[in-house]
Design a protein around this ligand. Structure first.
Ligand code: GTP
Ligand code: MG
Length: 206
């Protein structure tokens, strides 16, 4: 935390967010190399909505109530200094096996090859136990040494006690595979909760 003269806390605020392009691989990403913070998780978990919440712009990343909306890697240039990266979701059951394999290669290729990626936020719907597909994905992040944090979405859908209990269960599931827990955040694109914590976390890296 940094302080100005009069002890006013300097907070990360997003003053400018600009769509910087779509790509399917690292070679085709925006030419300007800057720190990247990316969002991944099951299809429909709320990745694009969260990016819009952080940027205070509901129209920036396209959202949809039907899964499989984001099919490309989208870069958003923030404050002319860093990128938020919206990735396609994984594990969309209704997509063909071929389509799912293609997305998986796109996602895993990108996160293992992007030298600018600082942290990958893995989004998990707070209403359900963290799934095998998420745990397997996180396991591979560990194998590949990719820094990540877990971000629970749609927290407006649970009361405080139910949310706490669910997170405790997820921690136990994670501890079956991991010695230590990663950083964790709760959020709601609906009521705006978690926004400040997530931005403050990002701020320390830039
Ligand atoms: P794909 O791009 O298809 O992988 O989905 P996504 O993860 O980007 O999800 P998206 O942001 O498009 O949101 C999916 C649906 O969940 C939309 O109907 C959103 O309105 C809803 N949603 C997202 N975040 C929240 C939230 O925090 N609370 C509630 N109640 N609904 C949310
Ligand atoms: Mg999306």
């Amino acid at each position: 935390m940094r302080y100005e003269k009069h002890h006013r806390r300097i907070e990360m605020t997003i003053k400018q967010a600009i769509f910087a392009g779509s790509c399917t691989n690292v070679a085709a990403k925006p030419a300007r190399k800057l720190p990247e913070f990316a969002f991944i998780g099951r299809s429909n978990v709320g990745k694009s909505s969260l990016i819009n919440l952080l940027c205070d712009n509901r129209k920036l990343a396209k959202t949809s109530s039907t899964p499989g909306k984001t099919q490309l890697i989208n870069h958003f240039l923030i404050n002319d200094r860093w990128y938020l990266v919206d990735l396609p979701g994984y594990g969309y059951a209704r997509m063909s096996q071929e389509g799912r394999d293609r997305l998986r290669r796109m996602i895993e290729g990108y996160i293992s090859q992007s030298e600018e990626l600082v942290v990958l936020f893995v989004l998990v719907d707070c209403r359900h136990d963290i799934g095998k597909i998420d745990l397997d994905f996180i396991h591979r992040l560990g194998e590949n040494g990719i820094p990540f944090a877990i971000l629970f979405t749609k927290c407006d859908k649970l009361g405080p006690n139910a949310l706490k209990a669910q997170i405790e269960r997820d921690k136990e599931l994670l501890l079956q595979d991991w010695e230590e827990l990663p950083p964790m955040f709760t959020s709601s694109a609906q009521d705006g909760s978690g926004k400040k914590e997530i931005l403050d976390y990002i701020e320390q890296y830039i």
